[in-house]
Design a protein around this ligand. Sequence first.
Ligand code: BES
Ligand code: ZN
Length: 690
Amino acid sequence: MLSESPDPLLISSSPIPDYGSTERNNEMGRSSKPLSASNSSLSFAFSFGMRRIILIVALVLLLAVVLSSLITYLITRPPRAFNPETDREDSIPDVPDSSGPSAESLRLPKTLFPDNYRIQLKVHLPGYGATLSKERNLTADVDLTIKMIVKEATNEIVLNSKEFNFTDDSFAIEKKTREGHLATLNFIGLKVEKELEKVIVHTEGLTVGETIYLKVKYTARILDILGGLYASSYKDEAGNTKIMAMTQMEPTDARRMVPCFDEPSFKATWDVSVEHPVGTIALSNGMETGIIPTSSGWQLTTFKQTPKMSSYLLAVVVGDLSKTETTNSNGVLIRVWARHETVEDTRYALEAGSKVLAHYDHYFGIKFPLEKMDMVACPDFSAGAMENWGLVTYRETDLLYNSETYGMGEKQRVATVVAHELAHQWFGNLVTMEWWGDLWLNEGFATLVEYDGTDFISDKNYHMEEEFVRDALEGALAADSLPTSQPLSFKIDKSIEVNEAFNPISYDKGGSVLRMIRSVLGPAVFQEGLKVYLQKHSYANAAAADLWAALQVAADRHNIMGPRNSPLNLHHFASQWTTQMGFPLVSSRRVNGTFVEFSQQRYKSTNATQERLKYRTPQLGFKWDIPLWMTRGSGDVSELFWIDRDQPLLLPIPENQFFVMNIDSYGFYRTHYGEEGWKRMGTALADDHK
Ligand code: BES
Ligand code: ZN
């Protein structure tokens, strides 16, 4: 989540000099001779002592003079002018980590496009039916074939890859000839760009339109970090340590298990198979198509090919797990997996998942395309949950529930997390953001929909619409009023910013701005636009502009009006909220007996620190077209007005009439009534609090 960058002043403080006090004492001790009984030596000792005292007094005086002039200088020196080009002490640094490569250099060329990955993993997991040698323990032997199409002539195959020990023998390259046969291509050499997390395979010239196959055989480590293919351990009921292997790829850790095109827009199908010890089960995105014994203590599970998907959604789980299962009303098999001792606690998630998945089929107007949905409770997990297509992984506390050990809050949390991750199966998995700078599309959308999903799961028991205001909206307003904030859509300059994008702005502001747009359009028109968007970009990628275009189709069908008394232009309206950080404060001011003026200014919770230079002067000048929901008198009806970005709004409101702005908190702004207005509201509430 959003973290504040450390103050550069604190980091760069100079080391404290060591005055070596013990050394100095030793020095003096050595220079003073021991006193002897003789006269001459006594007078010598005396005069030597006097000289030493005079020397010390002189030194002390000198020190006092130096110190006092230093203090006088520090107090009286003129303040240094702030230079925005060079000085950053009072602003958030543009790039949180200025070391490391730029985002540009980390991108893959567009010369080749993956079509299919065929990957077989042999997972050496200790503690089960297979005998393993020490060196094989916690490794995976990988046999990979990537089928690619040549888009631009090249003689390099560039893939993302992290921390593998490839040798020249690891690789073989083939191409499909015109006659449809396979011909071997020359492997010329290998270059590992460690810092860029890339491997470059040099081959002979490839021509546009050719289909080529890169075959790689290598050993991957099962990691002890919570990313890539990693080991998770726990104690079973008998107190024995058990190990399972699982994956967490988002955003950029697929490359730790498999060299691949690890960017969201390189979508391809995956054929996965896993050889694993007897005594474990293996899961992946697709449904199992077969389980066959291989050698003694080993078995091979094969999985159905995935739809075209981004690499960050790839998932594999191997472990000794139990499950509960059901088939939902739309025929999808739902299974929830956990350690044996907690399997009874999976029942609530099973019910929640099966209900909400069918609800989303209906809401999005597209049926869930896989035949099964697995949800797994994982003992070691970095995030709360991860939406891998067809194989969603969870932290145990976000999936398991029973009414004896857990409270209502935990039950609600399970429903919310399930509703969030299953919403991603459409928004994120079926249609994926083009690049991480639009991560908010994924996460903001799932945040918005998780509330409806949870209401559906709980038959509206949790009043999630009200929770949204407290959880998401308030959190977003708080985060976005700080100088550390950022626009929803932003350019990623450094690779580290990919991770930083998982913050309250993407989630909570993303959800809140989408909710404001939904309230302007009305829920039915919004849903209609979403269907257009999902249909159009299924199995592909989209940017924010594509969402606005799809919502525009629905808005036009229903003649939705916007600011300046014109039909709503979604792109124009929405991008004011997504391309500049911050939000407005809407203030009301009585102008005369008839009119009240509503004006805007940017809301900031502090002026002490400046925002990042790159966000400081947005083209749109921190002005917004604002949908102003207004309730006048004692009526329950909320009317929608618009405050234009370039001028205040004047509304006729009689002097004795009471009004409330943004009563349902649909708008992403704060409101202020002025002293007189607040007083009036206080009196009105004291008269009749309803
Ligand atoms: N896609 C994220 C998981 C994720 C987070 C991956 C950060 C990589 C980095 C997932 O959909 C998510 O948002 N999970 C939330 C839970 C949700 C209910 C808000 C989480 O992990 O906190
Ligand atoms: Zn999410």
